[in-house]
Design a protein around this ligand. Structure first.
Ligand code: GLN
Length: 333
């Protein structure tokens, strides 16, 4: 039974209650790691233990809550697409970026090529491989890979982010599909930089080693519209963050984005390394690591965990059980 006023309806649970909710969700979600498979199309990722799960939540009020493998390093993979998009928007501006890439869900797998050739002259959005390769093409002559590592360390508040050379080499040996996409983009005038350099730049960014905690820090800055609440320092403009969060909601989980939005209702970006960057707007930054993936390349146990947390911590943008309760008891009417 709840007895909330309208104001209290928006206040997050206290620390003890939050801890209990996250712990229960974590224990439950762990049981699902066996339902997924680690990515093997990048051979180095195939070596990762699938039975791992970790979460870190940074609430904007300063509370930090972590469980499981939250400080295990793994490669960022597609989560780096969010970072590159942030940098491209900051350097080039929205108008220039969206000349080369769209802002619509593709409904296709993350590494799809057919639609790009048949139905459109630019990638559907910057969070699938074709779109991220287009963004990499815009950046490669303007920022160095070392600038990007420095940016990753700053935005993730993690000086230990390093480049995973094994993962990079492993992907470069097996990236014919991304290479094909990149050359197709060149043929359409979308990539104007050197294609091989663009491909290397993109693949290197995918191979940055992060933790769930680093992702939670990044997500926290996005959740507060680009500003660190503690220090007041601005990392990104409000307009960049608005675009990024919107695209994460509509396109962040590839062709699973719609179902995920119904299930969890929080802007999130996945990567085939098992990471999830999850931005609970104005409330919390969440990072998850669960390398066993579903057939769309999203973390199985990670999604289960976020589904529970979203509902019980009232982070779903479109559903709030306590609000429902208030309405049912006619306290708001
Ligand atoms: N490096 C991976 C690729 O380009 C990233 C894909 C992903 O995380 N979904 O295929």
């Amino acid at each position: 039974m709840h007895d909330y006023s309208l104001e209290q309806a928006y206040i997050m649970k206290d620390r003890k209650e939050t801890l209990d909710i996250v712990e229960r969700a974590y224990e439950e979600a762990r049981k699902h790691t066996c339902e997924g498979h680690v990515a093997t199309y990048i051979p180095e990722l195939g070596k990762v233990n699938p039975d791992q799960l970790g979460i870190c939540i940074y609430r904007l009020d300063g509370e930090k809550i972590c469980f499981g493998d939250y400080n295990v390093r793994f490669t960022m993979q597609s989560i780096s697409k969010v970072m590159s998009l942030c940098v491209a928007l900051e350097i080039l501006g929205m108008e220039e970026v969206f000349k080369y890439v769209g802002a619509e869900p593709s409904g296709e797998a993350f590494n799809s090529i057919a639609e790009l050739d048949l139905n459109s002259n630019k990638p559907y959005n910057p969070l699938i491989n074709s779109g991220a390769l287009a963004i990499a093409g815009l950046l490669v002559d303007k920022v160095s890979f070392y600038d990007m590592i420095a940016f990753a360390r700053r935005i993730c508040v993690d000086d230990d982010i390093t480049f995973n050379e094994e993962a990079y080499e492993s992907e470069m040996k097996t990236c014919s599909r991304n290479r094909a996409i990149a050359y197709l983009l060149e043929s359409k005038g979308i990539i104007q930089a050197d294609v091989e350099e663009t491909l290397k730049f993109y693949t290197k960014l995918c191979a940055l080693n992060v933790t769930a905690e680093s992702l939670a820090n990044f997500a926290k800055i996005l959740a507060s519209d680009g500003v660190c609440i503690k220090t007041g320092k601005r990392y990104l403009s409000g307009s960049t963050v608005r675009i990024v969060k919107t695209l994460m909601l509509t396109c962040g989980m590839y062709d699973g984005s719609g179902t995920y939005a119904i299930q969890v209702g929080i802007p999130t970006k996945s990567g085939v390394g098992g990471g999830l960057l999850c931005v609970s707007d104005k409330r919390a930054g969440i990072g998850v690591f669960g390398p066993a993936l579903d057939d769309k390349g999203n973390s199985v146990a990670g999604i289960k965990l976020l589904e529970q947390i979203s509902e019980h911590l009232r982070l779903n943008l479109f559903f709030d059980p306590d609000w429902d309760d208030l309405i049912n008891k006619e306290k708001l009417i």
